[in-house]
Design a protein around this ligand. Sequence first.
Ligand code: PGA
Length: 241
Amino acid sequence: MRKIIIANWKMNPAKLTEAKKIADGIWKLTSKLKCEVLICPPAPFISFVKGKVGAQNVHFEKYGALTGEVGAPQLKSAGVSYVIVGHSERRAMGETSEVVARKAVATLKSGLSPIICIGEKERHHEGEHWQVLSRELHASLAHVPKSMIKNCVIAYEPIWAIGKGSTAMKSEEIGESAIFIRKILAEMFGVKNSEKTRVVYGGSVDGKNAREIASASGVSGFLVGRQSLVPKQFAKIASAL
Ligand code: PGA
């Protein structure tokens, strides 16, 4: 299974000229690496940045009278190949797992791959976070056909570790969560299908912790926020995969 690194630029940078410059820098520094490299810029920049691009959101309808929304077929025709759905910052704006499930399946039906984000708000001493993860996985993947789970990327992003520091999350904890997610995927979609599905980690990944997380946690890649706007740092993280 080819590993993947995903740049989630969120609502950055401010200008198209900067976006092009960052993307060019990333491609220059990562083009010879083994892993798949994906950049998810703000929507207006999608058609202008170099390389493989993803979107940060999608509507579950294909088209129609939905002012301000963008459908999966439109993203596809703009050159997008992946769509992030259910990022915790969107869930915090009111997006439920039911909506995430509809977005994920709409994305798949248009021939694109959804990057489905899940993650607990906090770690409980008594292990309640496992129930949170299980519930989010079941609800967010509710409409994904068995044979199509391999076209999805599951992004484990514990909310408490996003935008923190290099030591926010221990690689053993990430590894435990990745095993748990794979177990749920196997129950839902069968062992063979789940083995073909990439489970990536996101939350304060940087040039200092990437190598350790990559080797000790067994994840199939990273979803990177802040550090993805700095080509040198992003390339350093990518080279750890
Ligand atoms: P971070 O963001 O790398 O800045 O922690 C990750 C994310 O929110 O996807």
